[in-house]
Design a protein around this ligand. Structure first.
Ligand code: SF4
Length: 450
């Protein structure tokens, strides 16, 4: 049963010394009860109390850190079933499967595809984060595959998919320093697999024939003292995969059962049985519920755009608006004679406006001042999108060096700013633009006399 703040308070030394960063022991206890702070932050807690409390106050789902350096990712650590309850914490990651049963041409193509998909959207890197390297029976080819991917220049973390402990050991030597995931602990090999990974505390993928067997296997592995696990929600069909994945999360979060308190890995490449459209549909499904790593057969822009788009929506805090970085952006290769269109840094507004500007095929500069991440009218009403803030941005961000046309287009909904802007920006022609983005192409063409 979960401990309350008062349960924890009874065990604190009650010094109120603030060494934990909280003003009182009670405040600290309340925070520990929510799972936001670890009990060990109090240096005066007795070892018996820490032992008693640390298990009970541990987060329901473990957070695993895998990969290294610029390919280091956190998995798991979720606290709620639904995004709207609070927020999801660690976004799922995408992997592409490569195997020793593929020929060199196929492997090269997939590696190139993985390299190709690499773009930034609203400040987030959109790329394949993992190479899932699968042993399909040819040891020499598998080892060669691991070397090939390592030498390919791909910036990815690794998942070694291999249930043969001896082969996994050999492959692991090549990528051990990269903190990979080793997938393939089953009922027959789990002791050897734990032995293989525990010295380096690597994440261990666990699989079983069904959910009950998976639960039992996790218990056995935990008895060995190993808790750095990733669960494969045992399944032979899409229906079963979905049921099991949701059931694992329910037992963990709602049932407060830490045996299933680990991130998951979903092999949608296998579930989709070669249907690439089904593969994307399943990947979006498991992005929402509740895959931590989703393994695809391949990637390209057509596959990536919907996947990364939905991931970005799901794994952002619903309380905080998504923002683009304030700055000057060029659309359709503008030069110094192109007009300047101003809008806010709320991502949805930016993408709607920039999309319409792109559609117009007219070269335009876009000025995006810091408007607090709100829409045009909201930021204007909040005093964050004003004549003085726009003028300050234009004067201080170097816009005047790049834009000699001195034509500034305002959103039609804040036409009221025109007079003040003319005062704040002498030499600029302030033009009131459209009230709706869809009229922008026609407006820009007319402005250019076309
Ligand atoms: Fe209380 Fe420990 Fe925090 Fe000091 S460090 S205020 S004793 S909980």
């Amino acid at each position: 049963m979960a401990l309350t703040g008062l349960d924890i308070f009874k065990l604190t030394p009650k010094k109120n010394c603030k060494d934990c960063g909280f003003p009182t022991c009670l405040a600290f206890s309340m925070k520990v009860a929510t799972g936001a702070v670890e009990i060990g932050k109090c240096p005066h807690m007795s070892s018996e109390a820490i032992e008693k409390l640390s298990e009970a106050t541990a987060p329901l789902m473990k957070t695993l850190t895998v990969g290294k350096g610029e390919t280091e990712y956190k998995l798991g650590g979720e606290t709620v079933m639904f995004r709207h309850e609070k927020t999801f914490v660690n976004r799922n990651r995408f992997a592409v499967l490569l195997s020793d049963c593929m020929d060199d041409a196929e492997i090269d193509t997939k590696i190139q595809h993985m390299k190709d998909v690499d773009y930034v959207r609203i400040g987030e890197d959109m790329k394949v984060e993992f190479a899932a390297l699968k042993y399909a029976g040819n040891k020499d080819k598998f080892i060669a595959l691991v070397k090939k991917v390592k030498d390919s220049g791909l910036k990815v973390a690794y998942i070694l998919i291999c249930e043969d402990v001896a082969v996994a050991k050999e492959a692991l030597e090549l990528v051990k320093a990269e903190n990979p995931i080793v997938y393939g602990a089953n009922k027959d090999n789990y002791k050897e697999m734990v032995e293989l990974v525990k010295a380096d505390n690597l994440a261990l993928g666990v699989k079983a024939d069904n959910l009950e067997a998976l639960y039992g296997l996790v218990e056995e592995i935990q008895k060995l003292g190993y808790k750095n696990l990733i669960l494969d929600p045992a399944s032979t069909s899409i229906k079963e995969a979905f049921e099991n994945t949701v059931q694992i999360r329910r037992m963990n979060i709602q049932g407060q059962d830490r045996t299933f308190g680990y991130p998951s890995i979903l092999f949608v490449d296998t579930l989709a049985k070669g249907d690439k459209f089904m593969e994307i549909a399943l990947s979006t499904l498991f992005t929402m519920k509740y895959g931590s790593i989703i393994v695809l057969s391949d990637i390209d822009y057509a596959r990536a755009l919907p996947l990364y788009g939905i991931r970005q929506n799901i794994f952002t805090d619903p309380q905080k608006p998504m923002r683009v970085e304030p700055g000057l952006y060029g659309v359709n290769n503008p030069d110094e004679n192109s007009p300047l269109i101003c809008t806010v840094d709320f991502a949805l507004t930016y993408f709607i406006v920039s999309g319409e500007v792109e559609r117009s095929k007219m070269p335009v500069w876009m000025a995006i001042p810091d408007a607090g991440g709100y829409s045009v009218l909201t930021s204007w009403a909040a005093g964050k999108f004003t004549a003085s803030s726009i003028a300050k941005f234009i004067k201080e961000s170097g816009v005047e060096e790049k834009v000699k046309s001195r034509k500034l287009i305002l959103p039609g909904k804040v036409a009221v700013l025109k007079g003040d802007l003319e005062e704040n920006l002498p030499g600029w022609e302030i033009i009131v633009g459209t009230t709706e983005a869809m009229f922008i192409p026609k407006f820009l063409k007319e402005l250019a006399g076309k």
